[in-house]
Ligand binder design. Sequence first.
Ligand code: AMP
Ligand code: MG
Length: 397
Amino acid sequence: MRPARGCCCHFNNAINNCFNLRYRRTLKTPSLAAEFPFVAVASPPTRLSLSLRRRLLTVASSSAATMSSSPSYDKELAAAKKAVSLASRLCQARSQAVVSLVLQRELPADPFSLVAEEDSGDLRDDSAQDIRARITELVNDTLSTDESSSSTLSVEQVLKAIDCGVSEGGATGRHWVLDPIDGTKGFVRGDQYAIALGLLDGGKVVLGALACPNLPLTSIAGANQQPSSGEVGCIFFAKLGSGTYMQPLEGGPAVEVHVTATENPEEASFFESYEAAHSLRGLTGSIAEKLGVKAPPVRIDSQAKYGALSRGDGAIYMRFPHKGYREKIWDHAAGCIVVTEAGGLVTDAAGKDLDFSKGRFLDLDTGIISTNAKLMPLLLKAVKESLKEGESCSSSM
Ligand code: AMP
Ligand code: MG
């Protein structure tokens, strides 16, 4: 579990207690290092929902297609990329403040609505005065590295920027959806985490930018969270109808990425959460076995899984939280469009598209699965069978 919303003191203590040489090695951005000096198809064999059938028919050509009557979202995507790149030098509330401020500054004419995880509650405590001052300093330092930044922000302006994230989202209008640090546990361990920013327009995700500061630029197929000797730090970005691209977080050419084209589950590997508490491993293991997947699961934190899936490092992502857990939209919005624009599908366990129009939570059937269009029917069939077996086991106990 990540620290409670807005629990910056708790989070800072966790970081302060963490001496992680591997993380220190991956810290490439000077201001980040300064911030943490101590952190050393076959025909479908199962009945598919109408929406999934429609997706299967259109997915092959969707990357190139642009809807002539749709807005282009070009300036919004540029603002989102800048926001997550700058925020990737910071953590939690600081990241949220930077994204909020960059979006408002880059898109001054647009009404601003942000659905995000943090608020400034704990930072406003009397005991948090030093932390407030430090956060304000770091936010100002980070923003000053961008040439369009001019004035120095006060503590209150930074706290207000964090508190912009209270929007409820919904089916009408535009709403930014942010997870300022997705995969907090991975972040603290020095493993994978992401800054995930999406834009909803009329309840649909229309663009996403996913900064993954510790994700190697080359494939992590089969690597789990092994330390990488290669370069790390990727940003994935996608706009509706325009494909998905990956770029080094420190700058460089963007390349278009695609999900794997494999049709053979025996060649497929699957991603799941690193944290055992976040997904039912017995169930994902049973599904993988039914599919005939031979490779062991690749377990990494955060929406970095969606990024890795979008460039074909693995073929399948399965997420089955324990009963009662409610998925939040900021844990999937950016990752979802990054995968779908790369030619993949993301659905709930019943094969329905994820519905981002219902507010801060996703109302969905049982779990989230993602793969390419060819493997999806087989995956859905295996999911259905494994869930049914699980039900009959629990009812006979
Ligand atoms: P992952 O590393 O893919 O498991 O995703 C990390 C995200 O899982 C965090 O940002 C949390 O929002 C979310 N999370 C926290 N607790 C749980 C839980 N019990 N089950 C599923 N997801 C959770
Ligand atoms: Mg998260």
